[in-house]
Ligand binder design. Structure first.
Ligand SMILES: *Cc1c(COP(=O)(O)O)cnc(C)c1O
Length: 395
């Protein structure tokens, strides 16, 4: 039977590895995919085996062939030493932070971080005696000045998933490494396909598998990958919580993994087409898309990233709330709702002013975030063009 080993795959292109990683047909009666293993109990044939826990899998919380398939594939894709799976992207963030902090520590978190990350830091971590300082995402190597004797973590998100500030990840990672500080990156926007996190110097990387890995808005999942330095602690923290995702969701994520490259590249194409079109509209003041040369983060994106996904924002020229509502309420193809990365297009208004502390967010008008789906781009433009007509009509 033809089946690649991790060694065989080392010489293959990422796109090919994505198809083969985490699959062992020879262990599944030749079936192409690893099936859904459901289970708590694993039986040991003898007392000796039981006593020594002599089995590849010993209990459901510690993994199954289904979870192992996704973990190993993600590890390979990320260039990590290992991966753990948790039930949501936010759980991945909290698990990574809890892996690296202890009472009395100080951590640095980008001001552009996903808002629930801040809520975790300001609530749970503060209660545990961990102090958070938010920093300007553009800080780069200047982060050094904020590192204290008790700083244990620098948390990054590049680009910020609402406001799209880019971060100089290699520069921050270099300073952190020299100071013995752990770096954690929320890599959900780029995925390891467009930003290989560990190669760029990050210790732990988070992915909300809910977004592009799922790709279908039908599951919640989080992944944390770690380099060799952090894997054992990550795994031990995971085992202590036993915060395991359900087997169906892991299976669906594995299914999503096989088309991830294809879908991301289409999202990139669609995203660029829509962002370029929006940039030409009179109603739009600014487009925040790192792959557009007009975006402030473009140079960093070009240097460090291998592509752009289909999530970006625009700032409209000043208009009334009623005009914005007229535009958004009448859209037929763009849904309004949280999350992103599915096959369907979404739009959502946002306002960072309500939570920023280290930086000022003062856009000239309302901000909208788009997640571009797989619809025909001309239909999407027409839906938005009609929306802009309604916006203008109200004023
Ligand atoms: C959605 C999201 C998360 C959280 O993922 P959930 O699975 O919804 O908990 C984390 N980070 C970013 C950047 C996200 O967009």
């Amino acid at each position: 039977m033809t089946e690649t080993t991790p060694d065989d795959r080392k010489g293959l292109k990422a796109k090919t590895r994505l198809i083969h990683a985490g699959r062992r047909p020879s262990e599944q009666f030749g079936f192409v995919n690893t099936p859904i293993y459901r289970g708590s109990t694993v039986l040991f044939p003898t007392l000796d085996d039981l006593t020594r826990r002599n089995a590849k899998f010993s209990y459901g919380t510690q993994g199954t062939p289904t979870t192992e398939a996704l973990e190993t594939a993600w590890t390979e894709l990320s260039g990590a030493a290992g991966t753990v799976l948790v039930p949501s992207g936010l759980a991945a963030i909290s698990l990574a932070l809890l892996t690296a902090v202890k009472a009395g520590d100080h951590i640095l978190v980008t001001d552009s971080a996903y808002r629930p990350t801040r809520i975790f830091c300001d609530g749970i971590l503060a209660r545990m005696g961990v102090e958070t300082t938010y920093y300007d995402p553009w800080i780069g190597a200047g982060i050094e000045a904020l590192i204290r004797a008790n700083t244990s973590v620098i948390f990054l998100e590049a680009p910020g998933s609402q406001s799209f500030e880019m971060q100089d990840v290699p520069a921050i990672a270099k300073v952190a490494r020299a100071k013995g500080v752990c770096t954690i990156l929320d890599n959900t926007w780029a995925t390891p396909i467009f930003f290989p996190p560990h190669e760029r110097g990050v210790d732990m990387a988070i992915e909300a598998g809910t977004k592009y890995l799922s790709g279908h808005s039908d599951l919640l999942l989080g992944l944390v990958s770690a380099n060799a330095q952090w894997l054992n602690r990550l795994r031990a923290t995971f085992d202590a919580f036993a915060m395991c995702p359900g087997p169906e969701d892991v299976f669906l994520a594995l299914r999503g993994l096989r088309t991830l490259d294809l879908r991301l590249r289409e999202a990139e194409r669609q995203g660029l087409a829509l962002a370029t079109w929006l940039a030409e509209r009179d109603e739009v003041a600014v487009v925040l898309h790192p792959a557009l040369p007009s975006c402030p983060g473009h140079a960093l994106w070009k240097r460090d990233f291998l592509g752009s996904s289909g999530l970006f924002s625009v700032i409209l020229r000043p208009c009334s709330t009623a005009a914005l509502a007229a535009m958004l309420d009448g859209l037929k193809l763009f849904g309004m709702g949280f999350s992103w990365g599915g096959f369907e297009s979404l739009v959502i208004p946002f306002d960072c002013r309500v939570y920023r502390t280290a930086t000022q967010w003062s856009p000239p008008g309302p901000a909208l975030r788009f997640s571009v789906g797989l619809e025909d781009i001309e239909d999407l433009k027409a839906d938005l063009a009609e929306g802009f007509e309604r916006l203008r009509a109200v004023g």
